[in-house]
Ligand binder design. Structure first.
Ligand code: PMV
Length: 345
């Protein structure tokens, strides 16, 4: 700490939901209507510096070089207020100079290595990084840090761990039993996630607005939450621990499709997938013709995440490259890059 300013830099990965979170039972505390389960994608990260500056002042958040307008993004202030509440609860309020201080403001500088707000759960990595930074600065326990991430962006609480992570909706009104936990200690390390960015702009209907609309208008959502999600969570856990890729893949694709079906079942309907997304679905269906070797999943946007085992990654990438028209010199450099990132021979 310098001049009483406390600063920490953390790098936190994004996660991709295999069984999706969609719908809140409490909008303020961000308590979900259903459990969800995700894989942490360790190469896609938000590197974030969080500074706590003593004294009253304006909080600032910069993401990829741009200042975030905090008046229209209230979630950040909610997280900072909660952090200050926790800070005041600590016995020791003194800063590095030994001054008793209960007022702080925050400065956050974050850099992601993937597109922000294009339905790629970038807010998850960002808020998880802020929560982790504040956890380090204030010495919070894991449950407190989890809650901090969650009130920023629900799915962020799943980015606080690696591997397969289960976010339990909990039953209590105060959200004290609504936590994300790592479900399987042995990580399935040869699973790859290939991200296809079809559109890196902001999504048309943000997740909060979309969830609200679906909860209020969809008749399918209730059925999904009560009869489908609990079974799928168990199927994913079992398939993951048995390294059963086929079952894992079937559940992932079914759940992505059902999530987009409840979006379409909302009034007015919400359409996140575009023609490129559908082309990708067709390519994967063809790739899986004889054996299920890949699984697509889409969040609140058209971009795809394709999950594949390392042994099949190379042939999948070649199938993808063959299906798009790209000039031969670009294809060559794409191949070089792929060889490097995937350690292909
Ligand atoms: O955490 P949010 O508000 O960005 O919502 C995420 C919703 C989905 O990405 C569509 C599903 C999920 O579980 O991550």
């Amino acid at each position: 700490p310098q001049n009483g300013i406390e600063s920490v830099t953390v790098r936190v990965p994004m996660n991709i939901a295999l069984v999706k979170y969609w719908g809140k039972r409490d909008e303020k505390l961000i308590l979900p209507l259903n459990d969800s389960i995700s894989l942490t994608v360790d190469k896609l990260t938000a590197e974030t510096t969080v500074r706590m500056i003593p004294g009253v002042g304006k909080n600032t958040v910069e993401i990829n070089g741009k200042q975030v307008e905090l008046n229209s993004n209230k979630r950040y202030e909610t997280v900072f207020e909660e952090a200050l509440r926790l800070q005041r609860k600590r016995k020791d309020h003194s800063d590095s100079n030994g001054n008793q201080s209960v007022f702080y403001h925050f400065e956050v500088i974050s850099k992601t290595n993937f597109p922000v707000a294009a339905g790629l759960a970038s807010s998850a990595a960002g808020f998880a990084a802020i929560a982790l930074g504040i956890q380090r600065l204030l010495n919070l326990d894991d449950v407190q840090a989890n809650r901090l991430a969650r009130i920023g962006s629900g799915s962020a609480c799943r980015s606080m761990f690696g591997g397969l992570v289960h976010w339990k909706k909990g039953e209590k009104e105060d959200g004290s039993d609504c936590v994300a936990v790592k479900t399987d200690e042995s990580n399935w390390t040869d699973l790859y996630c290939i991200i296809l960015v079809f559109n890196d702009g902001r999504k048309k209907v943000g997740s909060s607005e979309g969830m609200k609309r679906t909860r209020e208008t969809s008749t399918l959502l209730k059925y999904r939450i009560e009869s489908i999600v609990p079974k799928r969570i168990e199927q994913i856990k079992e398939a993951y621990s048995n390294r059963n890729f086929e079952t894992l893949a079937h559940v992932i694709m079914a759940d992505s499709n059902q999530f987009h079906a409840v979006c379409l079942d909302s009034v007015p309907p919400i359409r996140y997938l575009n023609d490129a997304s559908w082309q990708l679905i067709e390519i994967i269906e063809k790739f899986n013709e004889n054996e299920t070797r890949a699984a697509y999943t889409f969040d609140a946007g058209p971009n795809a995440c394709v999950i594949v085992q390392k042994k099949d990654a190379k042939s999948l990438i070649y199938s993808l490259l063959q299906s798009i028209e790209i000039p031969s010199e670009d294809l060559k450099s794409a191949e070089e890059e792929l060889k490097e990132s995937f350690e292909f021979s």
